[in-house]
Design a binder for this molecule. Structure first.
Ligand SMILES: Nc1ncnc2c1ncn2[C@@H]1O[C@H](COP(=O)(O)OP(=O)(O)OP(=O)(O)O)[C@@H](O)[C@H]1O
Ligand SMILES: [Mg+2]
Length: 427
């Protein structure tokens, strides 16, 4: 959400425990710019309990409140207003505290007594601008990822259509056969009913001759088989359509518990046409894998990128005409109660040591124009590390193949706990 103070007013909530300091600072603010509209709160809990419809452009929060240590006041304000621009007001200069505040998302760390009117005006405007630019960047990255996701699904569409076409064809053939069979049986039954209506007795020989004409034994064998095959085909079509819907569903900002085995199953299914001509795909799912609180649509895209990369790597080394095939293996494991791991390995040519450090760079690709744009792994990195606090990496043996791994925390709280201990995994 980008802040908007098009009406020329910047709405500021000033949370300051000392009433005298608060008054003096509010005065300073109004003096710095008449566009600053300041609301003062002395009590942190009351400030945090203010209704949601108070739309603040900027929140100034005092670092020092009774009972709060370090950056606790800022942490609580950020948890309450995650979308707001927040500036910390400090009693005295502390460079390491200032750095920590900014790294946690504060727009600035201002030492109260040092601020001149002009300095304050400038600092708050710059804070707003930084906040606006960061929000716009987040929005654009999100838009880019959404369009890239739809583009990836678009590229799969022809393959998915092909996958649906095969069962559709044999369902149609079976239904046509059933139509003829029903017509033949209906013919026998109609003549029998006519005889019954006319009070004519039908001899056993005559009855047998009519049933033979309709080829009853063949029909009794084939009809159940045709029904079973049609139901199988329809189930397959429904599975593909469901998987396609799951994979192309616009991602939401809210994490939800998801079964990663099912996500992978859908992704494997919709990408079938990408790998089936060059590889056999083996899955080894951990039945005891816990649901992971995540953004399933985004994870599906990561898994899709990794499977398509694996298929491309194999296609580069096998001779399709000779019928030679490589192998892709998809594995899931619960590493411990808090973390799960997905591995996708291939028997392609491997990643040469010379480009190992570059594969996650945006737009780095070794593929020809039209084959790759170099965004797949950059997006995967962003989704796994930034969005989920997980880890993504690979082990590769040139000439033998590559194995990518994705490790994810089962619950976002694990991430938050890790963050407070500064232990979030990165590549
Ligand atoms: N499984 C793999 N085996 C060998 N090389 C790989 C593998 N996965 C990725 N790479 C290398 O990393 C590069 C970057 O991969 P990435 O998925 O980001 O982009 P891309 O596949 O080239 O294009 P895009 O995914 O945007 O269609 C690839 O061009 C390829 O050189
Ligand atoms: Mg790729």
């Amino acid at each position: 959400m980008t802040p908007d103070f098009a009406d020329g007013t910047m709405r500021i909530l000033l949370i300051e425990s000392d009433p005298r300091d608060a008054r003096t600072f509010a005065e300073k603010l109004r003096h710095a710019c008449s566009c600053f509209e300041v609301t003062i709160e002395h009590d942190l809990d009351q400030a945090l309990a203010r209704p949601d419809d108070d739309a603040w452009d900027l929140i100034l929060v005092d670092q020092v409140f009774p009972g709060c240590t370090g950056l606790e006041t800022f942490d609580r304000a950020l948890a309450r207003w995650p979308e707001a621009a927040i500036v910390v007001l400090a009693p005295f200069a502390d460079e390491s505290m200032a750095q920590l505040a900014v790294s946690k998302g504060a727009q600035d760390y201002l030492v109260k007594k040092d601020m001149t009117d002009r300095g304050l005006d400038r600092a708050l405007r710059y804070s707003m601008e930084r906040h606006r630019a960061a929000a716009e960047r987040r929005f654009l990255v999100h838009e880019l990822e959404q369009s890239r996701r739809l583009e990836a699904m678009g590229q799969l569409a022809a393959g998915v259509a092909h996958e649906i076409n095969t069962p559709t064809q044999y369902v149609s053939d079976n239904v046509r056969f059933l139509e003829e069979a029903v017509r033949d049986l209906a013919g026998v039954l109609t003549t029998l009913r006519k005889s019954a209506d006319a009070g004519e007795a039908v001899s056993a020989d005559e009855l047998k001759a009519r049933l033979d004409d309709a080829d009853l034994d063949y029909l009794l064998d084939e009809i159940p088989r045709a029904v079973e095959q049609s139901l199988g085909g329809l189930t397959q079509i429904a599975r593909i359509v469901r998987a396609m819907k799951e994979c192309s569903h616009p991602s939401s900002e809210d994490k939800t518990p998801a079964d990663l085995n099912a996500c992978l199953e859908s992704t494997v299914l919709v990408s079938t046409n990408e790998w089936k001509y060059v590889a056999t795909l083996r899955t080894d799912y951990d039945d005891a894998l816990p649901d992971v609180v995540c953004l399933p649509g985004e994870l599906n895209q990561v898994f899709l990128n990794l499977i398509v990369n694996a298929a491309h790597a194999i296609a580069d080394v096998v001779d399709e005409n000779s019928g030679e095939r490589g192998e892709i293996t998809v594995t899931t494991r619960a590493l411990d109660p808090d973390w799960v791991e997905v591995r996708i390995s291939d028997t392609g040519g491997g990643i040469p040591a010379s480009i190992e450090n570059r594969v996650f760079e945006p737009f780095f690709t070794t593929k020809e124009v039209g084959q790759g744009t170099g965004q797949g792994l950059a997006i995967a990195h962003n989704v796994i590390v930034q969005r989920h606090g997980g880890k993504i990496g690979f082990e590769s043996r040139p000439g033998k193949g590559t194995e990518f791994f994705v490790r994810l925390p089962v619950r976002p709280e694990v991430l938050e706990e890790a963050e407070t201990r500064d232990e979030v995994c990165t590549v």
